[in-house]
Design a binder for this molecule. Structure first.
Ligand code: AMP
Ligand code: MG
Length: 391
């Protein structure tokens, strides 16, 4: 039995992202960048008008101005603006030589054909200057960042049409248990429906990974041996639920030992999820999730999720929120690290939900976060700060 924090370190340090691929920018959202991105150009690349209006010299702003040119976006101005002259200019067009101000169209009077006068005092130049956003050669996005919609725009504007990203791992999901039937079946006496496989598949998909589901395996050594041998060969990560605790039919640890899996974690001082197992064989990893639905849900969030993110090259760790608790909290029993379902109120406080233990997955339906209560703490007074992990 080891401390949860130690298990988490062991698990995360085992994840070494190696494989990369290029993806088209159109479908790069949420992928993790495997390269630093530098700008190949200044942004903006030329002095650009921020408004539809008239480009002129600042010193002529109070004078009548003669229009000598028209500059649509995407064209090169052909005339130089000199004393008491201006050019009609569109948003995004290049500011002509000689001009250092753009008067908004809304602020002029047409006093004669091709003659305007500015009717307002203006202070802003309405020019976006060459390189003021980004200089050519500058690092714009770092390796390890998750590509967001605004990053997609940056990648496009610096000419990165096929960014190099970390490969998404292949993941297999298995459930074990003689008591399990699939959701479309009516459970006979002493049977229950398999909810873990679908819950784990959903949690995996939230990370942008599409898992394969390998079905329910009965609690017999041969069936388990066959499916685990295959999964460990074929998938980067196998997530198996049930069969990892200390019951007479909990064969998963024994079989993994036989298959030369290095079991790095088996048993943590935490609730729920005490019996979690984590093992590695070469570049293949396996998580044995405790069968109780809350245990497998919570341990996925706190352990498997950061592992999969690390395997996908995410360098930023998701941080906990530290917020005041809405009411007194008394821990009923035990002195281990525990995870508790909570909601977050509109006042920014943490409200624990009614929770009956690791089979009570309904408690999590409306949970917005998981509160962590450290080992030594058994009572928390209203208003004290607690740590929560948003869901
Ligand atoms: P185990 O970890 O196999 O000892 O299972 C612990 C508890 O979780 C038992 O009450 C099981 O019936 C339940 N359980 C195991 N696997 C699943 C599953 N796939 N879906 C829902 N409950 C399960
Ligand atoms: Mg079982």
């Amino acid at each position: 039995m080891i401390a949860f924090e130690k298990a988490l370190k062991l698990v995360i340090s085992s994840a070494k992202p190696v494989l990369t691929e290029q993806v088209t920018l159109l479908y790069a959202l949420n992928r993790v960048l495997a390269e630093d991105i530098f700008s190949d150009i200044d942004m903006p690349p030329f002095n650009k008008s921020a408004m539809d209006g008239f480009a002129c010299r600042q010193e002529d702003l109070k004078n009548d101005l003669g229009i000598i040119d028209e500059i649509p976006a995407g064209t090169i101005p052909s005339k130089i603006i000199s004393r008491n002259q201006c050019a009609r200019i569109m948003t995004g067009a290049m500011v002509p030589e000689g001009a250092d101000f753009v008067i908004m169209k809304e602020y002029i009077d047409e006093i004669a054909p091709n003659q305007i006068h500015c009717n307002k005092e203006i202070f802003k130049t309405n020019i976006c200057y060459t390189g003021e956003d980004v200089k050519a050669g500058a690092l714009v996005i770092k390796k390890g960042e998750i590509i967001s919609p605004s990053m997609v725009a940056i990648l496009a504007s610096v000419g990165c049409s096929d960014p190099l990203v970390f490969k998404i791992p292949t993941v297999a999901i298995i459930s074990t248990g003689n008591e399990l039937v699939e959701p479309n079946e009516i459970p006979g006496i002493s049977k229950i429906r398999n909810s873990n496989s679908y819950q784990l598949a959903a949690q995996t998909q939230q990370l942008g990974v599409r898992p394969d589901y390998l079905g329910i395996v009965r609690d017999d050594e041969e069936s388990l041996e066959n499916v685990l041998a295959m999964a460990l060969e074929k998938y980067d990560v196998t997530i198996i639920s049930g069969g990892v605790s200390v019951g007479d039919f909990d064969f998963v640890p024994k079989i993994l030992n036989q298959q030369n899996v290095n079991i790095k974690v088996h048993g943590m001082d935490v609730r729920p999820g005490k019996h979690l197992l984590f093992g590695q064989r070469a570049n293949h990893f396996i998580f044995g999730m405790p069968g109780n639905p809350v245990s497998s849900f919570v341990q996925f969030e706190v352990l498997v999720r950061p592992f999969l993110f690390a395997l996908m090259g995410r360098t930023k760790v998701e941080s906990l929120l530290h917020l005041p608790i809405e009411e007194d909290y008394l821990r009923k029993k035990g002195d281990q690290l525990i995870f508790v379902p909570v909601t977050l109120t509109s006042n920014g406080t943490v409200l624990p939900l009614e929770y009956h233990g690791s089979a009570h997955i309904h408690a999590y339906i409306h949970a917005q976060a998981i509160m962590e209560i450290p080992k030594s703490i058994s009572f928390i007074k209203k208003g004290e700060i607690v740590s929560v992990r948003p869901l």
